[in-house]
Design a protein around this ligand. Structure first.
Ligand code: GLA
Length: 371
């Protein structure tokens, strides 16, 4: 068992005075490229990270315990505005779909930072869903579970998010990135061997945290839908660059980001297949610029990180996830990561930003039942 899984196991034992039936865990993710394209029927390229949420589960008293909050709460059937909404939402969605979910209790432990754009919510949803499916032999595929967890966000939590985070948490595998076609929902593993290339992904958590529900996320999605409507296409996935001159203002900017970003994802995948990290990194920088100028979801902290990465010679850098705070990533030579982190730290201090936190990742595995 991983350490985080052991923590959930121990917490269950302590809280409920018996051993859990099983332990499952699911990872957070970073998105390499393809931002705000998922809810436009487009392409994304995330990979799982080494930070996870684990749940120890067993049949019983409909109570949930969080080791991180040291809090025991009843499993409610409706939204209550706390961490319990994520596992509660999963149980609700399973019942909505007609699956029999007898009473259960669970203990959670996680190390995915919350509200940082690393998908802590998808991780808790995926861990819960996988654990329930195993415990009650529900026989639901991973893809269907990912869709179910997206429904939790959309219908229970109230965030109109796309499918990327839940797909990534369920379907990613070690050493690969996951190309998702968010229209067909086909997903393909693309080898991402950073070790051989002596590269690493440095993640900078700006510590500017946000709940997606309280940001401009839903507004961005509405603007895209309006732009698609004006263009007479089903989704912006179907729009071409030359069509965009029929748009103006906010719709034009949002649509231009989506159309160019989809193209960048496909080029980035080709670059990965050719081990061309220079091309790949260039596309990351271009993605950031588009998110900053056209999609307008960056912040001074994220921009500063990307600029410092560029100056330090990083192959590529960009904000990752929804933006509005949260994290940025840089693709850097292993030996350059510490220097970059240090210079970012100094720069942030000088500008009066919060002290950032850094992580270095290789692509990790998706949701698993612990052995
Ligand atoms: C959040 C959402 C995803 C996706 C990203 C932006 O992480 O949950 O569905 O839209 O933002 O790419």
């Amino acid at each position: 068992m991983r350490q985080i899984e052991q923590r959930a196991f121990q917490a269950y034992r302590k809280q409920f005075q018996e051993e859990p039936a099983l332990v499952a865990s699911a990872p957070g993710r970073i998105n390499l490229i393809g931002e705000h394209t998922d809810y436009n029927g487009g392409f994304v390229l995330p990979c799982a990270i080494d930070l996870r949420v684990a749940v120890a589960i067993g049949p019983g008293s409909a109570q949930l315990y969080s080791a991180d909050f040291d809090e025991l709460r009843p499993l409610a059937g409706k939204r209550e505005g706390s961490w319990v909404d994520y596992p509660g939402g999963v149980a609700w969605a399973l019942k909505e779909r007609g699956s029999a979910v007898p009473a259960f209790r669970g203990a959670f432990a996680g190390d995915v930072p919350r509200g940082s754009g690393l998908s802590s919510s998808a991780a808790i949803e995926a861990a819960t869903a996988l654990a329930l499916v195993e415990l009650f032999h529900l026989g639901i595929s991973r893809k269907d579970l990912a869709i179910l967890c997206q429904q939790v966000e959309n219908k229970f939590i109230g965030v109109n998010s796309g499918i990327m985070d839940q797909y990534a948490s369920f379907l990613c595998s070690q050493g690969t990135a996951l190309l998702i076609d968010c229209r067909s929902l086909d997903a393909e593993h693309v080898p991402l061997d950073l070790v051989t290339a002596r590269l690493t992904l440095l993640v900078c958590n700006t510590q500017v945290s946000r709940e997606l529900g309280a940001t401009g996320y839903n507004a961005r999605r509405s603007a895209c839908e309006r732009a698609a409507h004006t263009l007479g296409v089903k989704e912006l996935r179907d729009a071409r660059l030359q069509d965009l001159n029929r748009l103006s203002g906010e719709e034009l900017k949002r649509a231009r980001h989506v159309v160019t970003e989809n193209a960048r994802v496909l080029r980035a995948v080709e670059a990965l297949r050719l081990h061309d990290f220079v091309e790949f990194g260039g596309l990351m920088y271009a993605s950031h610029q588009s998110l900053r100028d056209d999609y307008e979801v960056s912040t001074p902290e994220l921009d500063a990180f990307v600029e410092l990465a560029r100056q330090s010679g990083a192959m590529g850098a960009r904000l990752t996830g929804a933006g509005f705070g949260g994290c940025a990533i840089a693709l850097v030579k292993v030996e350059d990561a510490a220097t970059l982190a240090q210079s970012v730290q100094q720069h942030f201090q000088a500008r009066g930003f919060k002290q950032p936190v850094f992580y270095s990742f290789q692509p990790a595995s998706g949701a698993e039942v612990a052995q």
